[in-house]
Ligand binder design. Structure first.
Ligand code: 4AD
Ligand code: MG
Length: 482
């Protein structure tokens, strides 16, 4: 018989299956009283309950119905008299597709008890089978889908930018080299340096830190494009918000200025939050409850003021606070927090804001998402448009509660001469970016874009507090398991 997914059986459409023989396949989550089998197939959070009359079956089969075993079950679907579920399956046929010996299960996180997120990370190959991670990864999928849906419906084109590149778009020099040279004895040039002319691409290349520069080229023809791909940064930051391999969404729009860019970001982030609220109800309420349970273990002053669902609703319903970097510095300098010397890092115009400063603005001062704009030129990338004050650039960062920076973007420098000067000041050789510079001489226009860190967004919509728990297999310093 054809397998039916548990999500369908348990949905309102599944009601018409009552009284019919159906087959479900999945993994046993629990087997109670030698009678009630909880089966999950990943299509949704809920399990289906199959009821087996063990006296009718061979003892060997019953013994193999253990937590984590894969089974195929056929039987009659009936309305349940139990209070915990509305439907149940009366087992007529059961096949063990893949046994899971209790001794083996005992060694893993599949044994049914509460495990720490750290332990689950060590067994990332199995954590998909837990309620928390299945919920997180179904939501991750939903957000990816929503991103494509948003841009497609707004007339953007999805652009695939290269993963291997010769340029350092962000100028931060945190790149992973890609090479086929023998690391033990690479060929050397006359100066005694590694001779990359003999490497695969005939020059040094690396994994991309951003698809932006290429996206700009396409935006200057297709009008509006976006990228959505993996991004690599060899920054040695072992924090709960950094990955060495993460996914980034980078829209780029011709004719947009900084204000248009902020409007687009805000509309986009609100759309993603409402998509999750509307389409991921079961997983979201599970994660909401999970967070509430975790919070109840914490001291009162460390608890979130709003629940996960309330935070999403708040973002959807309230305008983001917009202010300039200079205004933010004033706010910080005038804060009681600063006067009482509670900030660890100094505050002065020109500093790169630390995460304690960003979080103060979002969580204490404004209590809503914040868009900061017009940062000092020195602390931002070379491609950002110089403002008339000659001190600041048309940059913007979006700061979210509990996350800090979730989006970074800017209006781009479209003026050839100014851009060339910027390249010189940032010591970027003209030969490296001749193609980028040339677009500024061939019908250049104002344009703007931004980058959303996909995993940081997933943290926000799931309430997970460590970025390692929202990507299937995290890559961080000294860790590339699985
Ligand atoms: O602010 P960033 O570095 O901006 C850019 O890369 C621009 N090229 C974007 C653009 O204008 N097209 O990175 C953008 C976002 C950050 O705000 C953050 O959410 C995320 O990417 N991000 C990271 N996420 C996880 N791990 C890391 N190491 C990250 N670095 C940046
Ligand atoms: Mg940034």
């Amino acid at each position: 018989m054809k397998r039916i997914k548990i999500k369908h059986v348990l949905s309102s459409d599944g009601k018409e299956l009552i009284g019919q023989r159906i087959t479900v396949k999945g993994w046993v989550r629990a087997f109670r009283s030698n009678r009630f089998i909880q089966i999950n197939d990943g299509s949704c959070l809920a399990n289906i309950q199959a009821v087996i009359d063990f006296e009718k079956y061979d003892g060997d089969i019953i013994k193999q119905i253990t937590t984590a075993a894969a089974v195929s079950v056929s039987g009659l679907l009936i309305a349940s008299i139990g209070s915990e579920q509305s439907l149940e399956l009366q087992v007529e046929e059961i096949e063990i597709l893949g046994a899971a010996h209790p001794d083996d299960v005992q060694k893993t996180i599949l044994q049914p008890k509460k495990h720490s997120l750290e332990l689950l990370r060590e067994q990332a190959h199995l954590r998909f089978r837990t309620n928390t991670f299945s919920a997180v990864f179904r939501i991750r999928h939903a957000v990816a889908y929503a991103i494509h849906h948003y841009f497609h419906s707004n007339g953007f084109f999805y652009l695939h930018t290269p993963i291997i590149t010769g340029s350092d778009a962000e100028g931060a020099g945190e790149m992973f080299r890609v090479s086929t040279l023998d690391p033990k004895s690479p060929p050397l040039n006359e100066a005694g340096e590694v001779d990359y002319k003999q490497d695969f691409f005939g020059k040094p290349v690396n994994l991309t830190v951003s698809g932006q520069l290429e996206a700009e080229l396409a935006a200057l023809a297709l009008g509006q494009v976006y990228t959505f791909g993996p991004t690599f940064r060899a920054e040695n930051s072992n924090t709960s918000r950094h990955l060495a391999e993460f996914w980034m969404i980078e829209p780029e729009v011709a004719f947009n200025d900084l204000t248009d860019n902020m409007d687009l970001t805000e509309d986009f982030l609100k759309y993603l939050c409402s998509f999750v609220v509307e389409n991921c109800k079961e997983d979201l309420s599970f994660l909401n409850l999970r967070e509430q349970q975790e919070q109840s273990q914490k001291p009162l002053n460390e608890r979130n003021e709003l629940s996960l669902v309330e935070r999403l609703t708040f973002v959807i319903e309230n305008p983001f606070k917009r202010l300039t970097y200079s205004e933010a510095i004033e706010v910080l300098l005038n804060s009681n927090h600063h006067k009482k010397k509670k900030f660890q890092y100094p505050i002065a115009w020109g500093i790169d804001l630390q995460s304690e400063h960003e979080r103060y603005l979002v969580e204490k001062e404004f209590k809503c998402p914040v868009i900061l704009s017009n940062y000092p030129a020195e602390i931002k990338a070379f491609y950002m448009r110089q403002n008339d004050d000659n001190k600041t650039v048309a940059a913007m960062d979006v700061l979210f509660p509990g996350i800090g920076e979730i989006v970074g973007g800017s209006q781009r420098e479209e003026r050839y001469d100014v851009l060339l000067e910027k390249c010189k000041a940032f010591k970027i050789p003209e030969e490296e970016l001749w193609w980028y510079l040339q677009t500024r001489k061939l019908g250049t226009v104002p344009h703007a874009g931004f980058g959303l860190g996909f995993e940081r967004m997933i943290m926000f919509v799931t309430g997970m507090t460590n970025i390692r728990d929202v990507i299937p297999f995290p890559r961080t310093p000294l860790n590339a398991s699985f």
